[in-house]
Design a protein around this ligand. Structure first.
Ligand code: PMP
Length: 357
């Protein structure tokens, strides 16, 4: 008998059309494509994690509310524990936001920006309203406010991935004052620069701030993100949260990193110093346009096809980020690496441009 099983028939159109997030791995390359902390994980913190892991039971489920981590995050950020939720990376928290507020509703996203907002919005069945940033990637505040009138969520990113620029306090306040829905400000890169919007939290019940241990704090592999919001908003997010979303290992590692966070300050200082060196050097390269960045990456145009420059760099063992986004067709993004990696990147870039020219 003919097998007429066709699962696609059962999947809604929006999901059928969704292109999954893909990450091709290139073994052995200098990896400057994902804005990770480029340094080796500090040995003293690794030892402290091992020590703290010792007595943990892996046969029991983790603490569903990650209470100790939440309490210490609250203490360290000067907020109450009731204003925090932790997630399996901020990616999971973005999904939770979309499931809670986006499903069946409109979600306003200031683009170009981090692709997971759009992917998770589609997964949740939201209708996406994209508000293009202006020519210099500044937020179009009046358009965001206008679109928010019949939306359930607004998503901003500051510093913005990939353009690197930050929103101002005035812009964010104006959006918060005028949007009748939760406004997410993703601050995944705030340790590297730009305004921290957390001080606004008590004044704005519609403010939601996303943060992560994946960037400045070197824990991308262990997936720990966190979110600040007032309990009015959080109560709904907890309805969709996976019960044991943060595993025991990651809870221990994040707690230990938090207690040792001073160790990361010199790394962050060196990354921002290296970023400024890279910016100044690339800015002087003929035909280049490099965007000033508050984050640990730089977005740039070379005057040549982004795909050709990407391929040329990759063939020299340097992986940067090429966007599959029509809004960014000429641009590439490079994460700040260790000093010698940045030197190799710049040398390879010069060689590629000379070859293409
Ligand atoms: N937000 C932004 C702006 C990002 O760039 C990233 C990672 N690329 C994330 C969130 C996801 O971070 P996490 O590792 O915490 O899921």
């Amino acid at each position: 008998m003919e097998n007429r099983f066709d699962p696609g028939r059962l999947v809604r159109k929006g999901l059928q059309e969704l292109v999954p997030y893909q990450e091709i791995t290139y073994p052995g390359v200098i990896k400057l494509n994902a804005n990770e902390n480029p340094y080796d994980f500090p040995e003293e913190i690794r030892l402290a994690i091992n020590e703290m892991l010792g007595p943990q039971s892996f046969t029991r489920y983790p603490d569903a509310m990650a209470q100790q981590l939440v309490q210490e995050l609250a203490h360290c950020h000067g907020v109450s524990a009731e204003q925090i939720m932790v997630g399996n990376g901020s990616d999971e928290l973005i999904l939770d936001l979309m499931l809670t507020f986006g499903a069946g509703n409109r979600v306003v996203i200031a683009v170009p920006t981090f692709s997971m907002y759009g992917i998770h919005a589609r997964v949740a069945g939201a209708e996406i309203v994209e508000i293009p940033r202006q020519f210099d990637f500044e937020l179009d505040v009046p358009e965001i406010v206008r679109a928010s009138g019949d939306a359930a969520l607004v998503v901003l990113c500051s510093p913005n991935n990939p353009s690197g620029n930050s929103a101002t306090v005035e812009q964010v306040q104006s959006i918060l004052d005028n949007c009748p829905c939760p406004v997410v400000v993703d601050q995944a890169y705030v340790e590297f620069g730009g305004p921290d919007f957390l001080p606004l939290l008590d004044r704005y019940p519609n403010l939601v701030i996303l943060r992560t241990f994946s960037k400045a704090y070197g824990l991308a592999g262990l997936r720990v993100g966190y979110l600040f919001a007032q309990s009015q908003v959080l109560q709904y997010l907890f309805k969709v949260k996976q019960p044991f979303n943060l595993n025991t290992f990651s809870q221990v590692a994040a707690l230990t990193v938090l207690r040792h966070r001073d160790v990361f300050a010199p790394q962050v200082a060196e990354i921002t110093r290296q970023r400024d060196i890279l910016y100044n050097t690339m800015q002087q390269m003929p035909g280049f346009d490099v965007l000033p960045s508050d984050a640990n990456y730089l977005m740039f145009k070379t005057g040549y096809s982004a795909a050709d420059v990407f391929d040329g760099l990759l063939s020299r063992g340097v992986l940067v980020r090429n966007f599959g986004d029509p809004l960014l067709s000429q641009y590439l993004r490079v994460s700040v690496g260790q000093t010698e990696e940045n030197v190799i990147f710049l040398r390879s870039l010069q060689q590629v441009i000379a070859m293409l020219g």
